[in-house]
Design a protein around this ligand. Structure first.
Ligand SMILES: Cc1ncc(COP(=O)(O)O)c(C=O)c1O
Length: 384
């Protein structure tokens, strides 16, 4: 059966996969090799050197392309290495319009690495798509979208942004780390590139750091493959294997992340000691209708602020958690709690953080797939 005809839950398991040619192994072997024997110069079986290509990485790249409804997948050493490859498509003088409420590491890469090379970044709120057009000029080459955003859970209308990007012939990339293709497939909504920190939900078990890109267009894929090989930030065969294995259960994990996320968001919203809860499933979330139309469900990421917006109260709360582990990262089977201002988003200046709502009292939860009652019990004892 062609991959195109498979439904999502089948694609996570079979998409782009074939039994291994050597012995029929159902899971691709971990081809832990840097190089490959040649019978004559250039006489190899499609693999010459593992920076350029490795069979385990190819199996992962084909799976990525399948689940995101793209044609070409590329796996990198980390999510940031994948973003780095996208920005290397640009040249000095080019401009990028980016979501203002982006992952702190993306902001740091843009501002502290690429601005030095003459690329200008405009960070703007994109909940109102009409605002984006004001920043477009003849140098604008890329629109960078993260939705839902990390950590404010803002929702950006992918279809509307892609319409604008196409009108001005600007490349559009979407960081799909929070949603995963279980919830939304940006390429189907008009984006040119979809990006992942596969470290998160795709890997799903907090045991690997990997990045991914998926595109439909061959010309764009060729340019990115060139950068992937020329810059060399590829992921190894063991890491490729782990993400591939993670993807096979993505749909069942995501279903439970969404169920637990909903229960916890509703619990927090009713709690007298909680001031504000950010979760796109609430009907009064500013872009709830867009979330409803472009996402299948609302995910397991939630941010909230304790009553009084007190930094001390927030820190006390995360310290008291027992089942939620205080840690960087997200998207694993285990529940994690984070304090964005001092952890994931510490590289964004406080003034910039406050503008987008990442205040010092904000707590971010990555709701795992444990028992819902145990998670709520843990929050109950920590909130007090
Ligand atoms: C939304 C988002 N994008 C990109 C990244 C960077 O990915 P990595 O840590 O795999 O380099 C992260 C990491 O936290 C993230 O949350």
């Amino acid at each position: 059966m062609s991959d195109q005809k498979l439904r999502f839950n089948s694609k996570t398991i079979h998409g782009g996969q074939q039994p291994d040619k050597a012995y029929g192994a159902v899971m691709p072997p971990i081809y832990q090799t840097s190089t490959y024997a040649q019978t004559t110069p250039g006489g190899h079986q499609g693999y010459a050197y593992s920076r350029s290509a490795n069979p385990t990485r190819t199996a992962l790249e084909n799976s990525l392309a399948s689940i995101e409804n793209g044609n070409y997948g590329l796996a990198f050493a980390s999510g940031l290495a994948a973003i780095d490859a996208i920005i290397k498509l640009l040249a000095p003088g080019d401009e990028v319009i980016s979501t203002n409420d982006v992952y702190g590491g993306s902001y740091r890469l843009f501002k502290q690495i690429f601005e030095k090379f003459g690329i200008t970044f405009h960070f703007i709120g994109m909940q109102d798509v009409d605002k984006i057009a004001k920043y477009v000029n003849s140098n604008t080459k890329l629109i960078w979208v993260e939705t839902p955003t990390n950590p404010m859970m803002n929702i950006i209308d992918i279809k509307a942004v892609s319409k604008l990007a196409k009108k001005y012939q600007i490349l559009m990339a979407v960081d799909n780390t929070f949603a995963t293709p279980y919830l939304q497939t940006p390429l189907d909504l008009g984006a040119d590139i979809v990006m992942h920190s596969a470290t998160k939900y795709l890997g799903g078990h907090s045991d690997v750091v990997v990045g991914a890109l998926v595109v439909k267009d061959k010309n764009l894929a060729d340019k990115l493959y060139f950068i992937q090989n020329a810059s060399g930030a590829v992921c190894g065969p063991m890491d490729s294997f782990l993400v591939l294995r993670g993807i096979k259960t993505l749909h069942v994990r995501m279903q439970r992340h969404c169920e637990n996320g909903k229960a916890i968001a509703e619990y927090l919203a009713k709690h007298p000691k909680i001031e504000k809860v950010y979760w796109p499933g609430f009907e009064d979330h500013p872009n709830h209708q867009i979330a409803k139309s472009q996402m299948k469900d609302f995910g397991g990421m939630i941010s909230f602020v304790p009553k009084g917006s007190s930094y001390e109260a927030a820190i006390k709360m995360v310290e008291k958690l027992k089942i939620f582990t205080l840690a960087e990262s997200l998207g694993g089977v285990e529940s994690l709690a984070g304090h964005p201002a001092s952890m994931t988003h510490a590289s964004i200046p406080q003034e910039e953080r406050n503008k987008s709502g990442v205040v010092d009292a904000l707590i971010r939860l990555s709701v795992g797939i444990e028992d819902e009652a145990d998670l709520i019990g843990d929050l109950e004892q920590a909130i007090g």
